[in-house]
Design a protein around this ligand. Structure first.
Ligand code: PHE
Length: 403
C-alpha cells in the first residue's frame, strides 16, 4: 500500500494521472519513513504536538471505481490547501495521507488500521461506496478515531457508532427523491421496473426505499430484477423488464454497471427513460454514448447549479485541476472543510473531543448545501436531479427533504 503526501501540492491533471498510477503499482511499504512532497522524511510516530495535524483518506484511487477516489481526493486536498493557507489548525499545518483500497472492502479496513495505528491521524475521511465505508468505519469506531464519509448514503454506515459521521444525505431520502421525480414532470411514471445489484448494500437499500416511496405515491412496481457484482450481461433481466412495459426503469447501481445496462437496454429496443441514484456520478457515463440520453439521476450537487457556493467552488477547482468537479469532488471538499472547522472548535484533537465537535456542527456552509449533523450523525439537505444528454449532465431540479 503506498502512501502519498501532498501538503500544499497543486495537482494538475497529469499529476492526478501520475498519482493514480503510483497507487496502482504501489504495493510495497516504505519502512521507517515515507517521502513527502516537500522532500522531508517523516518517521513514525509523527503526530507530535506542534507537528502537522494528520488527516487520513482511504479511497479507490485505482480499480473499477477509480474516478471516485481520485475525485474525492482532489476535493479533500483542495480544501486542506485552502485551510493551510489560512494557518492550519491552532498554528499547526494539516497533512493528508491517502491510501488506495483498490475499491475493496478488506483493503479499506487495512488502510484505516494503518492510518490510525501507524500514521496517528486525528481523523479519517472516506469512503464513497457504502460497503467500503462500513468496513473502514468499524475500524475507526474500534479505535475511537472520528471518521467522516463524504458520500456513502446507506444508513448502516453511521449506525456503526458515535465515531462515524457523513456529510451527505441517506438512501431513505434518496429513494424518496427518485420516486417523487419519477411520479412528477416530465416522467409522469405510473409503472416502474427496477434493476439492482444484489451484492451491494447501497443498491439493495436504494432499491427498497425507491419501491416503498413509489408505491406510497400511487405508482406500481412491475418487476424487480437483480444482478451480481461483475456481471456484464443484463439481457435476461432486461428482457423480463421489457415484458412488463414499464414507464421508467430505476437502476440504483454504480456507473460501470449502468453504462452496460443502458447500452444493452437500447439494443433490446427498450426506449423508456432510465433513472438512477448518486452511484451514476462519473465522467465515464459518456461511455454509454447516446444510450443514456434522456436519463436522469439523483446527486449531491451539480456543477451548473446557480448557487454562489457552487460557482465559487467550480471556478477554484477548475483553476486547480483544469476539469469540471463531479459530485465526489464536492462531497470530498465538504467533508474536509467540515472536519477542519470541527478541529478548530474542538477542546482537543483526541477522538472523543473531536467527535463531539463534529457532532455539534450546525448550518455549516458546504458546497453541496448547508450541513447540520443530526442525532444519527447524518446530514439533512436537499438533493438534485441531473439529466444526461450527449455524455454530459445538466442540472434539472432540487428536491428538499419532506417536513
Ligand atoms: N452513495 C453511494 C454509496 O453509498 C456512493 C456514491 C456516492 C457513488 C456519490 C457516487 C457518487 O455506495
Amino acid at each position: 500500500m503506498k502512501r502519498c503526501f501532498a501538503r500544499g501540492l497543486s495537482l494538475t491533471l497529469a499529476a492526478v494521472a501520475w498519482l493514480s498510477l503510483s497507487y496502482g503499482c504501489g504495493r510495497q511499504d516504505t519502512p521507517g519513513g515515507t517521502q513527502s512532497s516537500s522532500g522531508a522524511v517523516a518517521t513514525q510516530p509523527a503526530a507530535a504536538p506542534g507537528g502537522p495535524v494528520r488527516i487520513g483518506h482511504f479511497a479507490s484511487m485505482t480499480g473499477s471505481e477509480a474516478t471516485w477516489g481520485v475525485s474525492t481526493d482532489a476535493g479533500v486536498r483542495m480544501a486542506v490547501k485552502e485551510e493551510n493557507a489560512k494557518g492550519g489548525v491552532n498554528g499547526r499545518p494539516l497533512e493528508v495521507i491517502t491510501y488506495d483500497n483498490q475499491g475493496r472492502a478488506q483493503e479499506s479496513a487495512t488502510a484505516v488500521t494503518r492510518l490510525i495505528t501507524q500514521d496517528k491521524v486525528a481523523a479519517v475521511l472516506g469512503e464513497v461506496a457504502s460497503s467500503r465505508s462500513i468496513a473502514g468505519g468499524q475500524v475507526a469506531q474500534r479505535f475511537g478515531v472520528p471518521m467522516i464519509s463524504p458520500s456513502s448514503t446507506n444508513p448502516k454506515v453511521t449506525d456503526i457508532g458515535d465515531m462515524v459521521f457523513r456529510v451527505c444525505f441517506i438512501d431513505p431520502f434518496q429513494g424518496y427523491v427518485c420516486a417523487k421525480f419519477a411520479r412528477g414532470e416530465p416522467l409522469n411514471a405510473q409503472k416502474a421496473a427496477t434493476l439492482f445489484n444484489r451484492a451491494q448494500i447501497y443498491s439493495t437499500g436504494l432499491n427498497d426505499t425507491f419501491k416503498k416511496h413509489f408505491t406510497e405515491m400511487g405508482g406500481t412496481i412491475t418487476t424487480e430484477q437483480a444482478y451480481a457484482d461483475g456481471d456484464t450481461d443484463y439481457s435476461a433481466q432486461l428482457t423480463n423488464i421489457r415484458a412488463t412495459a414499464p414507464d421508467v426503469i430505476f437502476i440504483p447501481g454504480y456507473y460501470t454497471e449502468v453504462v452496460n445496462i443502458a447500452v444493452q437496454a437500447r439494443r433490446l429496443g427498450l426506449t423508456v427513460p432510465l433513472l438512477g441514484g448518486d452511484g451514476w456520478d462519473a465522467e465515464d457515463l459518456k461511455n454509454a454514448g447516446s444510450a443514456l440520453d434522456g436519463a436522469y439521476f439523483c446527486n449531491h450537487y451539480s456543477h451548473d447549479e446557480d448557487r454562489p457556493a457552487v460557482r465559487e467552488f467550480v471556478a477554484k477547482y477548475q483553476e486547480e485541476y483544469r476539469r469540471i468537479p463531479d459530485g465526489m469532488a464536492a462531497t470530498g471538499y465538504d467533508s474536509a472543510k467540515l472536519l477542519i472547522d470541527a478541529m478548530r472548535r474542538a477542546s482537543s484533537l483526541a477522538g472523543k473531543d473531536l467527535a463531539a465537535a463534529i457532532a455539534a456542527t450546525k448550518d455549516f456552509p458546504g458546497v453541496t448545501g448547508v450541513i447540520t449533523i443530526d442525532a444519527q450523525r447524518n446530514a439533512r439537505k436537499p438533493a438534485v436531479i441531473l439529466r444526461v444528454e450527449g455524455g454530459k449532465t445538466y442540472y434539472t431540479t432540487t428536491i428538499a427533504p419532506p417536513d
